[in-house]
Design a protein around this ligand. Structure first.
Ligand code: FEO
Ligand code: CA
Ligand code: CA
Ligand code: CA
Length: 565
């Protein structure tokens, strides 16, 4: 069509239709292959993946973990390294002998090993992209990897435990969802639903009131507390205060200790999108993915200068929460002792409560933030909020319709955009609009039809992952309802679209396999390959019927070798 051709001229591809099958689709003139799958060896002493039983315990910290999510590519000494998150595990396919139940310390250990972060060298050969097995850069960071706690909450009583009376050393990173990359070439991995890893061996234990707001309770997801007192809140009540952070990892140094940056706040961190203010201060935008929670940013006190010191830039600064006004203006409210009535460590451990104190705007589940490299703008995917008005999040604020959250039963989601005052990401005020409201104009003729840039050819719901390419095009990944029925008719499987903020045009670039979400995106050094993550696919992806489905990273190229970003 003329519309598709016009879009192709700006976006560089011919949009594809929706699909409902069990594979990946890309536009004509593009091809895809699989780079890495759950269980693929990073080291030659790992056992090969068993197509029926998966990964064995002895190999579980030497392989690509499960449920790939946010990722970034780094060029180090001419080598290409991908740091990538493994958000969670599916116990049923990792513990087939027990039907998915954690029945021993060994079972727990295996699940701990298969989550966290992988750093791996990747290379393109005649057979396509592969992991460089045994690269000196390959590394697994999991639920027992030593970490350092730094910033304003480090060393405070809240972070002290019997095992760490200093409050500065912790083990592991949890539920690593989205990611980010600092201007100095380190990886930021974001701890999202960390609450689910903690439980109580004492069913009568009384829990701190502040647990509620974060969803920490007596029952855990993987029963770790049965085998390790660290996860037992009846024995180690401060341990949950040592999770829920942004963690900085240096992919160039496999011996380096990851650092949990408490200055960036404790909440269900989605991703961390960095920008540099005109004066050199570092700005990190962050979403807290829970209905009725907030959008945040951190502004460093120090300035970034190429070649200058960076070790404390993410330790000292100001944390802000966003206040959106209905008139299209907004402010960043600083979380300080004066504005919150809380101590500095409390602000950085109970960040949600601090943001409530300054009247931050409750949002429809802030997922990824993306910063436009060619225009001073930020974007946040507000994935959906179908339960507005049922009840506020435990201990949280009411979630009225308004501002960038304009629809009552919001099962489609929207993307809010803000324009910092004075073209300065460190500014304390901004103007905002909605870049897109997802919807379905083939089903609805009201607000649920979506914004004008949604049409029968680009239907989608639940925007989640987002990343700008070097040209200022916004790549949008979805994690929504793939039933293809009712309100979701015509949307097909979860997918990746490309938007041109200059025109508003959004077109579909890729579709994922049935059952999956598409999450995580980065590019090769030469921008001729785009890597995208496929999380929790149904069989037969990617290896066929009768074998386990595997979360995977796919590599997408133009058939003519041209640029993809
Ligand atoms: Fe792990 Fe909010 O996505
Ligand atoms: Ca997400
Ligand atoms: Ca999501
Ligand atoms: Ca997910």
């Amino acid at each position: 069509s003329a519309r598709a051709q016009a879009a192709a001229s700006r976006l560089g591809f011919t949009p594809i239709q929706a699909f409902t099958d069990s594979t990946v689709h890309v536009p004509e003139g593009y091809e895809w292959s699989t780079l890495a799958r759950w269980g693929d060896p990073l080291f030659s002493d790992a056992a090969p993946f068993d197509p029926e039983t998966g990964v064995d315990l002895a190999s579980s910290d030497k392989v690509f973990g499960e449920n790939t999510d946010g990722m970034e590519l780094f060029t180090v000494d001419g080598r290409q390294l991908i740091a990538v998150n493994h958000e969670y595990v599916n116990p049923d396919i990792n513990l087939p002998q027990t039907g998915g139940d954690v029945t021993s310390a060994e079972d727990a250990q295996k699940l701990m090993n298969l989550q966290g972060v992988t750093v791996m060298e990747v290379a393109e050969g005649d057979g396509g992209w592969t992991i460089v097995v045994d690269s000196p850069y390959n590394r697994r960071i999991h639920h027992n990897t030593p970490m350092r706690l730094s910033g304003p909450a480090a060393g405070s009583d809240l972070l002290k435990t019997n095992a760490d009376p200093t409050g500065t050393e912790s083990l592991g990173t949890f539920n690593n969802c989205g990611a980010g990359k600092t201007p100095w070439g380190t990886y930021l991995t974001c701890e999202e639903n960390f609450n689910g890893y903690f439980g109580s061996t004492d069913p009568e234990a009384s829990l701190p009131e502040d647990y509620d707001r974060y969803g920490i309770g007596l029952e855990s997801r993987y029963a770790y507390e049965q085998y390790d007192a660290r996860f037992d809140v009846s024995q180690t009540p401060n341990e949950p205060y040592r999770a829920g952070y942004v963690v900085e990892i240096d992919p160039a140094d496999p011996q380096s200790t990851p650092v949990k940056r408490t200055a960036l706040g404790r909440f269900k961190h989605e991703n961390a999108a960095c920008a540099i203010a005109p004066d050199g201060r570092v700005v990190v935008y962050m979403g807290d993915d829970e209905r009725g929670e907030f959008l945040y940013k951190f502004v460093s006190s120090g300035v970034y200068a190429a070649g200058g010191g960076t070790s404390t830039l993410l330790d000292e600064g100001t944390l802000y929460a966003a206040v959106f006004n209905d008139d299209g203006t907004g402010t960043w409210a600083a979380l300080t002792e004066e504005s919150t009535g809380m101590t500095t460590p409390e602000i950085h451990v109970f960040t949600r409560m601090a943001a409530s104190k300054v009247g931050a705007t409750t949002m429809d589940r802030p997922e990824w933030v993306a910063v436009n490299p060619v225009s001073v703008e930020g974007y946040c995917a507000l994935t959906n909020n179908s339960k507005r008005g049922v009840a506020p999040n435990a201990g949280g604020d009411e979630t009225p319709v308004g501002g960038p959250n304009p629809r009552e039963a919001n099962e489609y989601g929207q993307i809010v955009r803000w324009y910092p005052a004075d073209d300065n990401h460190a500014s304390e005020s901004f103007e905002w609009d909605l870049y897109v409201m997802a919807g379905n104009p083939t089903v609805h003729d009201d607000a649920y039809a979506g914004s004008e840039n949604v049409n029968a050819g680009n239907l989608f719901n639940s925007p989640d992952g987002m990343m700008f390419d070097t040209k200022g095009l916004l790549w949008i990944q979805t994690d929504g309802d793939d039933s293809n029925e009712g309100d979701f008719a015509g949307m097909g499987n979860n997918q990746m679209l490309v938007g041109d903020p200059a025109t508003g045009v959004i077109e579909r670039f890729m579709t994922g396999p049935k059952g999956s979400e598409v999450t995580g995106i980065t590019w090769s050094s030469d921008l001729r390959t785009l890597f995208a993550g496929i999380q929790h696919p149904d069989a037969p992806f990617p290896d066929g019927d009768g074998v386990l489905a595997r979360s995977s990273i796919v590599a997408i190229k133009r058939s003519d070798g041209g640029l993809v970003g």
